[in-house]
Design a protein around this ligand. Structure first.
Ligand SMILES: C[S@@+](CC[C@H](N)C(=O)[O-])C[C@H]1O[C@@H](n2cnc3c(N)ncnc32)[C@H](O)[C@@H]1O
Length: 298
């Protein structure tokens, strides 16, 4: 375990700046109005503890609203206007599919775009083959970014639906020829197995949810299982590692939880940046926090 004392870290807010197709249009009264390509969506946003800035007529343009009555699946989408079952969106050269399905998540976490920029820069600047492990990879945007920049990516998610979605997004982005391995497994079990096999990765991307299920029903509980995941990540981190990006939406915690997890993975050597991923509202400039993050380089 690391004993090195680091100077107290600065907490930094990161807002994605290069979006053309995503906008946080307005927020307030516990709700957010966002534009995802051609469609405007309303979802609950408990942190929007201020008044909406735009008039009701702007909010009435929304195509769908997330109702949280069905809490088990995080809410269900109610359609207010005609909307395609699925549609495509772009970020830089990446193309991906969005859909309003049975979950509140529609296929992208726009606030993570600054991570994709950073991952692409890190991989490209290394000018050497990098093996990247993306745990809890979901619809694959971070995988696309790493693959686009030339990394060999192992994408792990316990949901076959998410893996199919991510591999479809790889094709949509014209990256189907890139070396990406799709693993339908519990992220912790897989990483522990990789550690036993002695496999190593130069890049780690982790976005562990608060709760989740492995492919065989294993329960992922952030606050209980994180120490085991940290230990497994430490074992698979290559001595020539290039980067770690750790994000978590379990924000009943502090940004320091993510920082300390990455310090424990790396033995405290290297350079750390930590803080919150935020979106800045177009209408009045309110800042909404979504997730905690830590980025590490050697
Ligand atoms: C990317 S995270 C989503 C994080 C999101 N930002 C949040 O907290 O709501 C969720 C992904 O993790 C996957 N997942 C959940 N539990 C898992 C587990 N035990 N092993 C691997 N993947 C898991 C889900 O299938 C989903 O694609």
């Amino acid at each position: 375990m690391p004993t090195t004392k680091l100077p107290l870290p600065e907490i930094k807010l990161l807002a994605a700046e290069n979006w053309r197709e995503y906008v946080l249009v307005d927020s307030g009264d516990g709700k957010a109005l966002e534009r995802f390509g051609p469609y405007l969506l309303i979802s609950p946003e408990p942190q929007a503890v201020w008044k909406k800035s735009l008039p009701a007529s702007e909010w009435q343009k929304a195509h769908a609203v997330l109702r949280e009555e069905n809490k088990e699946y995080g809410g269900t989408w109610e359609l207010l206007k005609p909307i395609e079952k699925s549609w495509e969106m772009h970020y830089q050269t990446l193309t991906f599919q969005l859909q309003l399905g049975s979950s509140r998540h529609i296929g992208v976490f726009p606030e993570q775009a600054s991570h994709w920029d950073w991952i692409m820069e890190r991989v490209a600047m290394e000018k050497r083959p990098l093996r990247v492990l993306n745990l809890f990879g979901y619809s694959g945007l971070a995988t696309l970014a790493a693959a686009k920049a030339g990394a060999e990516v192992t994408h792990v998610d316990s949901s076959k639906h998410a893996l199919n979605w991510a591999s479809y997004n790889l094709k949509l982005s014209r990256l189907a020829d890139r070396p990406v391995r799709w693993i339908a497994e519990d992220a912790l079990k897989f990483t522990q197995r990789e550690a036993r096999r002695g496999n190593k990765y130069e890049g780690l991307i982790l976005d562990p949810p608060k709760f989740g299920r492995g492919s065989q029903g294993q329960v992922w509980d952030f606050f209980k299982k994180l120490p085991d995941l940290v230990e497994a990540c430490r074992a698979v981190l290559s001595p020539k590692a290039s980067f770690i990006v750790f994000t978590t939406y379990a924000i009943s915690a502090s940004a320091l939880v993510a920082l300390q997890a990455v310090r424990d993975i790396t033995g405290s050597k290297g350079s750390f940046e930590c803080g919150e991923l935020v979106s800045i509202e177009e209408s009045a400039g309110h800042i909404l926090s979504h997730a905690l993050y830590t980025r590490w380089t050697p």
